[in-house]
Design a binder for this molecule. Structure first.
Ligand code: AMP
Ligand code: ZN
Length: 113
């Protein structure tokens, strides 16, 4: 997707604070952090949202969560952290390239807003 912000970040056409990358996934600091630690973890494949994903994407969707867990350990988020995947405008999605938020470093309320 030539006009996708997160595809451009993944291809390093737009700068970001990259914190992790491999062949399938890249992760970078959120530009408007909602917690002391706020990282976005994306598949390189352009999926719009979970609704756009298929069975063939199962492994990479699982890997997003595992990368989040590893980053949380690396950042010593021992007291807890949250992973969030907003699907669709009504759920707060604003960038339409699937991404998992990793948030940590503060207390979180339930239910989320
Ligand atoms: P969502 O609202 O779930 O689609 O999340 C999109 C996130 O992308 C928001 O938390 C934004 O702050 C973040 N964001 C938007 N543009 C950039 C950018 N250029 N670099 C890093 N994060 C961004
Ligand atoms: Zn994209």
């Amino acid at each position: 997707m030539d006009d996708c912000l997160f595809c451009k970040i993944g291809k390093k056409k737009i700068p970001s604070k990259l914190v992790y990358e491999d062949e399938e996934i890249f992760a970078f600091e959120d530009i408007q952090p909602q917690a002391p630690h706020h990282i976005l973890i994306c598949p390189r494949k352009h999926l719009i949202s979970l609704t756009d994903a298929n069975d063939e994407d199962a492994a990479v969707l699982g890997k997003l969560q595992l990368v989040a867990a590893k980053l949380a350990v690396a950042r010593n988020l021992t007291d807890g952290y949250r992973t969030v995947l907003n699907n669709g405008r009504g759920a707060g999605q604003s960038v339409f390239h699937l991404h998992l938020h990793l948030l940590g470093g503060r207390d979180f309320r339930w239910p989320p807003g």
